[in-house]
Write a new protein. Structure first.
Length: 81
C-alpha cells in the first residue's frame, strides 16, 4: 500500500462514520428517517466530491498551455541550449 492510499483510507473512514454510524445512533423522533437520509446523502456526496478532486490532482488532464514566444523566452532566459 502506497502513501497515496492513506488519505483515501482516512477520508473513507471519516465519511463512513458520518454516513453509516451516525444514522444508526440518532435518537428516536418524528424526523429520524429524514435525518438519516440527509446524513447518508451528505456523506456519500462529500466523499465522492473529495475523491474526484483528490484523484484529479494525481493525474491532471490539462497541463499548462504556453505560447511559442513564451517557450522561446524561457529557453533563452533559463540558459537553455
Amino acid at each position: 500500500m502506497g502513501a497515496s492510499a492513506i488519505p483515501v483510507i482516512l477520508m473513507t473512514l471519516f465519511w463512513g462514520l458520518v454516513g453509516v454510524v451516525l444514522p444508526v445512533v440518532l435518537p428516536k423522533g418524528p424526523n429520524r428517517s429524514l435525518m438519516q437520509s440527509i446524513l447518508i446523502t451528505t456523506a456519500s456526496s462529500c466523499w465522492l466530491f473529495w475523491l474526484c478532486c483528490y484523484m484529479h490532482q494525481m493525474n491532471p488532464l490539462i497541463g499548462p498551455a504556453l505560447h511559442n514566444t513564451t517557450i522561446i523566452a524561457i529557453n533563452k532566459l533559463w540558459d537553455g541550449p
